[in-house]
Ligand binder design. Structure first.
Ligand code: ADP
Ligand code: MG
Length: 329
C-alpha cells in the first residue's frame, strides 16, 4: 500500500489528566490542549503523505470509523479507547488494552518491576485513610515521602503538598486526594536526584531508545506539579548531560521496564537518577507527541525528536511505520 492509500483517523478525546485535575483543583478552568494536539498530529501526518481525517470521540465511534473506512487510528490515549477499538478490531497506534491497563496503574506496574528486580521506590498504596496508619506504627520507610494518585498522569493531583514530612501531613494530604480524585493514593519515598525521561520506539527486535531528556527544575521547584508543568517553567536538556555509560544504562533500564509492560509502537519511561542509582517512576503508554513549537516543543517526546533533527512529520511517520509493520501492512 502507498501512503496516500492509508487512511489514518486522528482521534479527538479529552485527555484524562485535565479531567482529574479539574476535580482536584475544584475548577473547570484547567487549560485543555487536546484540540491543539489533534491539529498538530493531523498536520504532521498529512505532511508525511497519509490520507488523514480528524474525528471527535462519541458514542457512535464504531459506526463512524466503519463508515469512514479507516485503516489506522492515531492518538488513542486511554483504556476506554483501546478496549473499544480492540473489540471493533480496528487497528490503532500504541499499546493495547492490557498494556494500557498496566501502565495506567502505577502500583501494578511498580509491583511488576519489583518482581523483575528493576529499581523503583518502595511504596504503600492507600485505598483508605487507615492504610496510612502503618507510618505511625511501623514505618516501612523514612520521611520525606511523596504522594500521588495511583492512576494520575501529566502530574495531575500533584502539588507542593505532595512532599510529606510528618504523619499528620500524610493523613491530611492523602485524605484530600482520596476524597477529590477518588483513586487510591500511592505513597512513595521522596526521591532526590536528576529527573530523566526516556522515549522508546518500535516492537520486538526493532525496539530502540531515543536520546534521554533531563527536566531541570528551576528555583524552588523540586518536582513536577500540575501547575508548573502547565506553565512550562522548567528547562529541558536533550540529550541529557550524562556519560555514554550512564546514557546506555538508563536507556537499557527504560527498555527493560517497557518490555515488562508489553508496550506497543512507542512509550516513555520516567526515572529519577539519585546518588545511589536510577529509580523508575512510571511508564507512559500514551506519551504526548507534540513537536511544536520548534524551540520548546509541547511534549517531552518532541524534545527527543528535535535532538535527532526530526520534524514532526518525520517523527510521527516513524511511529506510524512501526504500527504498520506490526499489523503487517
Ligand atoms: N517518589 C518520588 N520522589 C520525588 N519526586 C517524584 C516521585 N514520584 C513522582 N515525582 C515527581 O512527580 C512528577 C510526576 O510523577 P509521575 O510518577 O511521573 O506521574 P505523572 O507524570 O503520571 O503525573 C515526576 O515527574 C516527579 O517530578
Ligand atoms: Mg510522569
Amino acid at each position: 500500500m502507498t501512503k496516500t492509500n492509508i487512511k489514518i483517523c486522528v482521534l479527538e478525546k479529552k485527555r484524562g489528566n485535565f479531567a482529574i485535575n479539574e476535580k482536584f483543583a475544584h475548577t473547570e478552568e484547567i487549560i485543555d490542549t487536546t484540540h491543539q494536539e489533534v491539529q498538530h498530529h493531523f498536520d504532521a501526518l498529512t505532511e508525511a503523505g497519509y490520507d488523514v481525517i480528524k474525528l471527535k470521540w462519541s458514542n457512535n465511534i464504531g459506526t463512524d470509523l466503519k463508515r469512514l473506512n479507516v485503516d489506522l487510528v492515531f492518538n488513542v490515549s486511554s483504556i476506554v479507547e483501546t478496549a473499544i477499538l480492540d473489540d471493533l478490531m480496528i487497528p490503532y497506534v500504541g499499546s493495547d488494552v492490557v498494556g494500557c491497563v498496566i501502565a495506567t496503574d502505577k502500583a501494578l506496574v511498580k509491583n511488576l518491576w519489583i518482581m523483575n528486580k528493576l529499581p523503583t521506590s518502595p511504596f504503600v498504596l492507600a485505598k483508605s485513610l487507615e492504610d496510612c496508619d502503618i507510618f505511625e506504627t511501623e514505618k516501612p520507610f523514612d520521611y520525606p515521602l511523596f504522594i500521588k494518585p495511583s492512576q494520575g498522569r501529566g502530574s495531575s493531583g500533584i502539588d507542593k503538598n505532595s512532599i510529606i514530612s510528618s504523619f499528620d501531613q500524610l493523613k491530611e494530604q492523602v485524605k484530600r486526594r482520596l476524597t477529590t480524585i477518588n483513586q487510591p493514593v500511592l505513597i512513595e519515598k521522596f526521591l532526590s536526584g536528576r529527573e530523566i525521561t526516556c522515549g522508546i520506539i518500535g516492537n520486538g527486535e526493532r525496539i530502540r531508545a531515543l536520546p534521554l531528556l533531563e527536566i531541570i527544575h528551576k528555583g524552588k521547584n523540586q518536582f513536577l506539579t500540575f501547575d508548573n508543568k502547565e506553565i512550562d517553567n522548567d528547562s529541558f536538556q536533550c540529550p541529557a548531560n550524562l556519560t555514554q555509560k550512564q546514557t546506555h544504562d538508563l536507556q537499557n533500564l527504560a527498555i527493560k521496564a517497557g518490555k515488562i509492560v508489553n508496550f506497543r509502537d512507542y512509550c516513555r519511561v520516567d526515572m529519577i537518577l539519585t546518588e545511589t542509582g536510577p529509580f523508575l517512576l512510571e511508564i507512559n503508554s500514551f506519551a504526548g507527541l507534540m513537536c511544536t513549537p520548534l524551540e520548546k516543543p509541547h511534549s517531552y517526546m518532541g524534545f527527543m525528536a528535535k535532538a535527532q533533527n526530526k520534524k514532526s512529520s518525520e517523527f510521527l511517520d516513524e511511529i506510524v511505520k512501526e504500527a504498520l509493520i506490526r499489523i503487517g501492512q
